[in-house]
Design a protein around this ligand. Structure first.
Ligand SMILES: [Zn+2]
Ligand SMILES: [Zn+2]
Length: 65
């Protein structure tokens, strides 16, 4: 399986929160989210991992987004 993740900075932002940088990953929804999503948004109470931790676990991050 081809991995498309590179060390280029991810052009990924949260559309819901006006282009806020994605910092977290919701394990519950299998979705990359920003800090606002995690703290005050739809993902309160969900199982949240930091995106850094997710990247280290799984190098094909772009496939998740
Ligand atoms: Zn957000
Ligand atoms: Zn969630």
């Amino acid at each position: 399986m081809e991995c498309r993740y590179s060390d280029a900075s991810l052009p990924v932002v949260c559309v819901t929160h006006g282009g806020r940088a994605i910092d977290y990953y919701c394990e519950t929804d299998e979705l990359a989210i920003c800090s606002q999503c995690a703290l005050i948004g739809d993902h309160q109470g969900h199982q949240i991992t930091t995106i850094d931790e997710k990247v280290s676990q799984q190098s094909c991050l772009l496939d998740l987004l």
